[in-house]
Design a protein around this ligand. Structure first.
Ligand code: HEC
Length: 140
């Protein structure tokens, strides 16, 4: 009888250890910057680079590489706005963050195609995302 109970007991202990292990695990995502820092380090410089591009069209691969990098930074910053303590319980916050992801992705596609006209149009999409979020969430 004892021999039959032992494995059951061990199985339960193992299951409890697994649960305890899962509970003590660090969260996978760890936001470091405040929203303002994210704006300053990523969102503002990357969007400025894309806004300025039509007036200063890249003349070499280096320039287009920088344009693609700006689009990557801007797009992914939208994802970063949606994680951890930065995410706000608001439809506007999540929708405008996603809009930033989409606009950045469109800018990346346009930069890959070296399509200045498309980047100009995406600029309006980007500004709309910035303004829609600020309207509700930037308390001045
Ligand atoms: C999902 C919401 C959201 C989006 C999208 C967003 N912002 Fe912001 N932004 C904020 C919030 C919130 C603040 C104010 C943070 C604070 O004061 O705590 C801010 C602050 C700023 C500031 C002031 C930074 C400072 O130094 O005080 C600038 C400039 C700015 N954003 C530019 C932009 C631009 C440009 C875009 C679009 C390319 C953009 N933001 C998109 C939420 C957003």
């Amino acid at each position: 009888m004892r021999e039959r109970r032992l494995p059951l007991y061990l199985g339960t202990a193992a299951a409890l250890l697994l649960v305890a292990g899962a509970m003590s695990q660090e969260p996978a995502l760890k936001p470091v910057a405040t929203v303002t820092q994210l704006m300053q380090a990523m969102v503002i410089p990357a969007s400025n680079a894309l806004f300025n591009l039509p007036r200063q069209v890249p003349e070499d691969d280096q320039g287009w590489s920088e344009a693609r990098n700006s689009a990557v930074i801007l797009s992914e910053s939208g994802n970063l706005l949606m994680i951890g303590s930065r995410a706000q319980d608001s439809e506007v916050w999540m929708a405008t963050s996603r809009a930033l992801v989409e606009a950045g992705a469109a800018a990346l596609k346009a930069a890959q195609a070296k399509d200045v006209e498309a980047i100009t149009e995406v600029g309006n999409q980007i500004i709309a995302a910035c303004e829609s979020c600020h309207e509700k969430h930037w308390i001045r």
